[in-house]
Write a protein that binds this ligand. Structure first.
Ligand code: F6R
Length: 614
């Protein structure tokens, strides 16, 4: 979703801003823009529909001088993606410029009132309403910018991260947030602003994560000051970001997505590091030690999440019920937050989110907290809003995920859920010693097995090339592999724009079988577990209708090899760990089909990496 970058200091602002926008491209956007204050205190605003490279081309012959600026990538909400609606937006007088992430919900009322006062608008955006409101307040009451921003924010309803500059006060940026992330970077005589730390870390590792209703006054040559909406000073620690530049670059891969797929064995090692100990035979999660009572005595788990994280939650449900014998429900965060759910103080709500910023998941956390539940977060982005809103949690530690389609975060989430189930199962006495030991060993071996599996990359690429013609795909799996089928279908949809559905294999007969003919490729996850024979029958039914079957089987499965059109072999593992392996070929299949079709794999159309609005 929209990206924010800001700079004030001793360097030329433009290259820092453009570089920062490129770092934020992964969030998904449709237009980009920049506002700069040059040495004569003139405000130059340039914006274009399209990519950051289009903005660069547009500004080639323009004045891009100056050491203060703000820049933005917009993901359209109010008003179509075009140049007029792109940010920054300027006030009527031309003195103020703003960039904004989020949504101003009462913008229509505010706009009407401002129009009645004679204010004219150039765009259809909610953001322009905010800058006009700030200017209206500032000019009619003769206020400084900070006070005008504070007063305007008291009036608006919605979610936002904003940065505002004023050409009459060129040494200052005012930034504020509510329900949308914002990070201030602190360098030597210079400051940076970002929707996350990625545009900042090549200049400084020192950051302040702003909290909700914080306003930062970033003034050249002074310390950053943070106040709340009532001008009360807020104290903030400066944090050191543990993020390397190499982690947010492609490292020789053609796409971030492919890099992230291949990183998974190492990511899972990092995720398990210090937590899974094969020699000592145990799994330790600090959250389970620190909050043993709430977690071990949970009468019910409710997992809230969206998208891929919701698929991981479906696997988590099976793990928690199998291993801990505690009922577990999985909810779409967007539904949960609005349906007045029954929540007890013996419930533990688990929030899963890669970005830690998903608006619906964050709102679900707040609701569950209000209703007295204990909240455990499973997130990737360190210091993001969801981990800060939960009582405790475990980071998945898979490093930044830049490709919009989630890959390594999914396997990281499933790994944390497995460790959580093991740690709680052991404490609750619901898992027998041998199974506990076997699972720990098997879990620890997964990264090596993933490496073996990744060696089939070329073979999977060859299979993919056959299917670029397809307009629909069906993915089938059972038990632990049903969520894998959902995830495989989602990956294909997201990046290749081929329609795909995931189903529990047995559900096929209750409807989807009507769709099956020679035009419909069917991916079946058919590993040798308790439901193997039943899945075998499904494959026969599909073949009888002449569809092509791509089967994911265990190594050495000759039976399915004879029936299916193509097979991808998976190393053997315990049933509840199969998703960690079975997901990998499906990620690769989606990736190569999308590449063959010439799609923008890392930034698929209409998608945003972190969905910070409803
Ligand atoms: C799928 C994908 C999305 C996210 C969803 C939740 O590839 O990336 O479906 O999984 O938007 O995002 P997080 O996990 O950041 O809450």
């Amino acid at each position: 979703m929209c990206g924010i970058v800001g700079y004030i200091g001793k360097r030329k602002a433009y290259p820092v801003l453009i570089n920062g926008l490129k770092r934020l491209e992964y969030r998904g956007y449709d237009s980009a823009g920049v506002a700069l204050l040059n040495d004569d205190n003139e405000l130059n605003v340039y914006k274009t529909k399209g990519k950051v490279s289009d903005l660069e081309a547009y500004t080639e012959d323009k004045d891009v001088s100056g050491t203060v600026g703000i820049a933005h990538t917009r993901w359209a909400t109010h008003g179509e993606p075009n140049t007029a609606n792109a940010h920054p937006h300027i006030s009527s007088s031309g003195n103020l410029a703003i960039i904004h992430n989020g949504i101003i919900e009462n913008y229509a009322t505010l706009k009407r009132r401002l129009m009645e006062k004679g204010v004219e608008f150039k765009s259809n955006t909610d953001t322009e309403v905010l800058i006009q409101l700030i200017e209206y307040i500032q000019s009619t009451k003769n206020l400084d910018l900070l006070t005008a921003v504070r007063m305007a924010l008291h009036t608006v309803i919605g979610a936002y991260a904003i940065a505002v500059i004023d050409k009459r006060n060129p040494d200052q940026i005012i930034a504020a947030r509510k329900s949308s992330p914002l990070v201030v970077g602190i360098g030597e005589d210079e400051f940076f602003l970002g929707s996350d730390a990625s545009p900042i870390i090549e200049y400084t590792k020192k950051v302040i994560y702003l909290d909700d209703k914080d306003i930062a006054i970033i003034h050249r040559g002074e310390e950053v000051k943070v106040v709340d909406f009532y001008n009360e000073e807020m104290k903030h620690d400066v944090t050191e970001v543990a993020l390397d530049l190499a982690q947010i670059e492609k490292g020789g891969y053609p796409h971030f997505m492919l890099k992230e797929i291949f990183e998974q064995p190492d990511c899972l090692m990092d995720c398990m590091s210090g937590r899974v100990n094969v020699e000592a035979n145990n799994v330790v999660l600090s959250a389970v030690i620190d909050h043993r009572e709430q977690l071990v005595n949970a009468r019910r788990f409710i997992i809230v999440a969206c998208g891929t994280s919701w698929h991981a939650a479906q696997i988590g449900k099976q793990l928690l019920e199998d291993i801990c014998k505690v009922p577990c429900e999985v909810e779409y965060a967007s539904e949960f937050r609005y349906r007045n759910p029954v929540i007890n103080n013996t419930d533990v709500v688990i929030a899963i989110s890669q970005s830690g910023e998903t608006a619906d998941t964050l709102a679900a956390v707040e609701l569950a907290k209000e209703k007295g539940a204990f909240i455990y977060g499973i997130c990737n982005a360190i210091g993001s809003s969801i981990p800060r809103a939960t009582h405790t949690g475990s980071y998945i530690h898979v490093g930044p995920e830049i490709g919009v389609a989630s890959t390594k975060a999914f396997t990281g989430q499933v790994t944390v859920l497995t460790m959580l189930a093991l740690a709680l199962g052991k404490e609750r006495g619901t898992i027998d010693e041998q199974k506990y030991k076997d699972l720990i060993k098997e879990l620890y071996d997964i990264p090596e097995k993933m490496k073996e599996l990744l060696k089939q990359c070329d073979a999977i690429r060859d299979i993919s090339q056959i299917f670029t013609y397809a307009r629909n795909f069906l993915y089938l799996g059972r038990g632990y592999n049903y969520p894998v089928a959902l995830e495989g279908a989602l990956k294909l949809k997201e990046i290749s724009y081929i329609h795909a559905e995931g189903y529990p294999a047995a559900e096929m007969k209750h409807g989807p079988i009507a769709l099956i003919d020679e035009e419909m490729p069917v991916v079946v996850i058919a590993t040798k577990n308790v439901l193997y024979e039943k899945v075998l029958s499904n494959i026969q039914e599909i073949k009888a209708r002449r569809a092509r079957v791509i089967a994911l089987v265990n190594e050495g499965d000759e039976t399915i090899k004879r029936m299916a059109d193509m097979v991808i072999e998976l190393p053997h593992t315990m049933e509840c760990l199969e998703p960690l392996l079975a997901t990998i070929p499906l990620q690769l299949l989606a990736y190569f089909i999308a590449v063959c079709k010439g799609k923008d794999v890392d930034q698929p159309r209409n998608l945003a990496k972190s969905v910070t609005v409803e």
